[in-house]
Write a protein that binds this ligand. Sequence first.
Ligand SMILES: Cc1ncc(COP(=O)(O)O)c(C=O)c1O
Length: 355
Amino acid sequence: MVAAPPFGERRSLMYEFYSDTQTRATRAMREAILDIELGDERHDADPKTTELCERIADMFGMEKAVFLPSGTMCNEIAIAVHTRPGDEVICARESHIIFAESGGPAALSGVMMHPIDCARGLMTAEQVTAAIRPRSSHAPRSRLLNLEQTSNLGGGAIWPADQLHAARKAAQDAGLAAHLDGARILNATVATGRAPKDYTDGFDSAWIAFTKGLGCPVGAVLAGSRDFIADAWLLKRRWGGAMRQTGVLAGMCLYALDHHVDRLAEDHALAAFIGGELAALPPVRRVEPVETNIVLLDLAENAPDARAVAGFLKERGVTVTVVGRRRLRIVTHLDVDRTGAQVLIDGFAAVPTIS
Ligand SMILES: Cc1ncc(COP(=O)(O)O)c(C=O)c1O
């Protein structure tokens, strides 16, 4: 077993580029919660949790918010509140709710998915309209549009506000609800200089993750109308997501909002640097445009496949994610830096290709 490193220090010699979830709470973040007042969150009596929820509701321009253990629970609760069994959810084919939530929409809400093929996870309003089924006793009821800002498997692509709202409106005008998976919404705001409300405006629900670029150990906040949050609370309790002294978590999230947002620009700069360097190396066929903290690349035909390259890099002390037979994802965050990036780049440069 690898011993836990001292506060804030990097873990062994492994550079974890496979996800921005691979951060450890910094010493300052841990210290920020030492003297806070604690209460029972399931009785709405934990002051830091209340403060965090109010702050996110305000940031998103929504009435209320609820603290949840994970982003997955935010998505799954939102789907369950917005839909009935047999309904259909429209989303990009590479959506997190399809590829990484263990079939939750089907298992927990009994809904069907209507995946849309679109470049970088961003669809047009016309694609949304085309996907909405006419009301009929033969067809499932189109009920919910789910969008991700930024798009994870779209390579951290940012929805332009106009396009996002055109897609949202196309759904809502046809009577669907619209949910925004804002796991990385602050990566979008830092990259564009826009406010979170510019993206969340008009959505029926939206959430933010604290365990990704913000660097917290646990936590996500789901926001919406007063009624939506009342329904969300029912499912939070039913599914075992009601907790106790969540101030120890919410306090760290508040710390991150104050100290870890502006620095996301550093993650974006590092990702752009890595993308630029990798694009010039023989094993790499193509790097998707880097807009935030995610680098998506396709391997050259004469390079080994993605799984083999990931294994090769791991032996050199860096992890990346395999997202396709010849596709890899690299994510930058609080706990990787130029040194790690150079190990990653040198690792790619050493990947053998057949000439
Ligand atoms: C776009 C997106 N949505 C949802 C989630 C799920 O969040 P969590 O890991 O907190 O369950 C993730 C996690 O990486 C994500 O990238």
